[in-house]
Structure formats: C-alpha cells, structure tokens
Ligand binder design. Structure first.
Ligand code: SOE
Length: 387
C-alpha cells in the first residue's frame, strides 16, 4: 500500500502533533507509505473547521461514527480524551480500519484487552502512541543495551515531572477526572516511563507504589479546556478524582531494579521526562528537555578520562537522522511523532505490526493497574496477578 488515507478523531494538542507528523512524513521520509490527511473529526464545528484548514485536512466529520463508516479511510487515528478510545477503536476494528491510538490505550486494563482482542480478530494494524521511544537519543540507548555495551543492567530510574496544576485554582479539566482520563499523572506521565522501562530494560515482575492527590477540589471549568486553562475562583468546586503524583518501585523480570516518579507538582519542571540506566559496563542518562543528547559512561574508557560524556545524537549514524539535517542540526518534540508515524506507515506498507502496538499498550496498562492495586492494598503486587 503506497498511500494510507487517515481519518483522525481529535484536533487539540495531540491532534496538532499528529497532523504535523502526517505532513512531514512524505517530505522527509519519501520511501514509506504516504499518509493522506483525508478527514478530521471533532464535535465543535467551528473549532473543527479552524483545525481542518490550519492543519491541512481535506474534509471533516462531526461524528466519529460517520468517519469510521467512510470507505475512503484506511486508518483511524484516535487522539480524543481517553474515555473515547475504546468505543472508537472497537468500531474501527469492526470496520476493518487500521488504528493509531494515543496513550494510555484505555481507561482500564480490561478495556485495553478488549481493544487488543478486537484488533487481532479483525487482522488490522494497530499502534499505541508512546512517542518518546522515537527520540534518536533513546534509540541510541536501546542500541547500546542491545549490543551489550552497558553490560548487565542493574538500575533503571525514571522521572516525569510537570507543574501545570500547581496553582490550586487551576480548573478541574478532563485530565483530572477519573471517568475521562482513567488516572492522573500515573496514566498520563507514568505510562510513558513504564513504556520506556519495558522498551529499554524488559518486562516488569512486581511493583510497590504510593500516590497522592494534593489538591482535592478545584473550580469546575466552563468549557473543555487543556493544559493552558485559567482558574476561576468564583466557579463552583468539584472533586479531583485522580492522583497528582504517583511513585513506585519495580523488580524487572531480568533482576534489574527500577524506580519511577510521575508528578504534576514538581514546581519549576515544565516537562522533565528523564531516565538513567546503570549497567555493569556503563551508564546512560537521558533528559527530554535536552532530547538530542545522551550522556554516556563506559567503564572501559581510559582511567584518566573516565566520566559521563555527551553524545549529540544527530549524526547519520543515529536513528532517523539521515532523513533530517546535516550532523549537529538538532530536532525537537514534534519529530518524535513523525518518527512514530514513519514506523506506522512502514508497518502498513510491509504488512507487519508496528512497535509499540496494542500489546505494548496492554502491558503498560497491566503495570499501571498493578501499581494502583499496590497503592490501594499497601503491598507488593506481582504482574502475574493481573492475568
Ligand atoms: C500532558 O501532561 C502531556 O502532554 C501528556 O499528555 C503527554 O503524553 C506527555 O508527553 C507530555 O505531557
């Protein structure tokens, strides 16, 4: 298949990121299948039309059911709030459409399993949006581990820190409501860390966690708003039903130990998504705020120059970089989504499943729920309990 006609549900933050990726793909990666921006879907006709013309979609639909029913669409991209994922994915699979779904895959583990089963039964291509895997510096970390250059992995420590709800008057947006978001910082930020842990180190064996909601009530928003919403202290209050911060530890199946921290209360941290990995032969450090760089340390460096050094992952030797600019010319957040779309287009063209797919979405959900169970029951929870 040389062209993939896309129908996208959602047009806010992620919708913009995905649209940009669809536009960039044919220009920078001409050898993969070409995504055609066939139709964009949202409920508010005015906002939708604005997004359609601004992002460059050919047509629009105000009801996702019409989108899924269209026979000029091959792939349904779901980046609407999490509570909409399952229903749209099940309908898309039943209609034989490929699916690209934002993370977390679903509100619950059970729902995510249902989505995976439907996708497998329909025989369609399915992908989940863990975009940070696609930073070339993260790919380099993965390559070093796979080639044994870090030796046996002992530690994975990861933290995803934000501060956009630090103000108690920040409104009760959908991301703070369990029935729409599933969980708070845990599913929104921790999900990325879990995916990176699985990608880089391996499967989780057991977890123990703790969680807190620091601000328990917030003003109700007047409209569907996002990360840049403004508070209104005169508005009635509603209960925050998700975690503001969740921390947990894990033992990986291969014996490595992991620690994870996801919070929206780390004052001064706008979007610090970072990890460090220590192995018997070396270490790597990554921080999304400097996403072109990987700090590396090797035990076999000469003794007098041992120490962490910075590798700028922008050479042709680094994943995806030969498609962009000459060495040393850096890339940004949006490129992670383009690389994700390239993987999806390659997979559809080659008739294989992309990675990460719904299996990875389900496995992430297993860990998310195991941590929630651990928090509720104040004990270690084995991932095998989630079977
Ligand atoms: C908001 O917390 C958010 O945009 C997440 O939803 C994304 O998945 C993460 O990449 C950055 O922060």
């Amino acid at each position: 298949m040389e062209q993939v006609r896309v129908g996208m549900v959602g047009y806010k933050f992620m919708g913009k990121a995905h649209s940009n990726a669809y536009r960039a793909t044919p220009m920078f990666f001409p050898n993969t299948a070409k995504p055609v921006m066939q139709a964009i879907c949202g409920r508010d006709p005015q906002g939708l039309e604005q997004a359609r013309s601004q992002f460059g979609w050919l047509s629009s639909e105000t009801d996702w059911r019409n989108l899924v029913a269209r026979d000029d669409i091959d792939l349904i991209d779901i980046n609407a709030p999490s509570d909409a994922h399952k229903e749209i994915a099940l309908a898309a699979a039943a209609a034989g459409k490929h699916i690209f779904c934002e993370k977390p895959l679903a509100l619950t583990l059970e729902d995510s399993r249902e989505m995976l089963a439907a996708a497998e039964e329909a025989g369609i291509t399915h992908m989940v949006g863990f975009n940070y895997r696609f930073a070339p510096a993260v790919k380099l970390a993965k390559k070093l581990i796979e080639e044994g250059r870090l030796g046996k992995i002992y530690h994975f420590r990861a933290w995803f820190l934000q501060d956009w709800i630090i103000d108690p008057s920040f409104p009760l947006v959908w991301r703070l409501q369990k029935e729409i978001a599933g969980s708070g910082s845990h599913g929104d930020l921790g999900a990325h860390l879990i995916d990176l842990g699985r990608h880089l180190v391996g499967e989780f064996a057991e977890v123990i966690g703790m969680s807190e909601t620091f601000v328990k009530q917030r003003p109700l928003p007047s409209a569907m708003t996002g990360l840049s919403a403004k508070g209104d202290l005169n508005a009635p209050l509603g209960d925050v039903t998700v975690d503001d911060a969740t921390l947990f530890m894990t033992r990986f199946a291969n014996g490595a130990l992991g620690s994870f921290e996801a919070t929206r209360f780390a004052t001064g941290h706008r979007c610090t998504n970072a990890f460090e990995i220590n192995g018997s032969k070396g270490s790597v450090k990554f921080d999304f705020e400097r996403l072109n760089e990987l700090q590396v340390y090797f035990t076999d460096d000469a003794e007098d120059v041992q120490g962490f050094r910075r590798v700028l992952a922008t050479d042709a030797a680094h994943a995806y970089m030969d498609a962009w600019w000459p060495a040393g010319h850096t890339i940004g957040y949006e490129h992670t989504f383009t690389h994700e779309v390239v993987e999806l287009m390659d997979a559809i063209k080659e008739g294989r499943q992309p990675v990460p797919n719904f299996v990875d979405g389900v496995k992430c959900q297993e860990v998310l729920e195991a941590v929630e169970r651990s928090v509720a029951e104040r004990r270690w929870v084995s991932i095998s309990e989630m079977a």
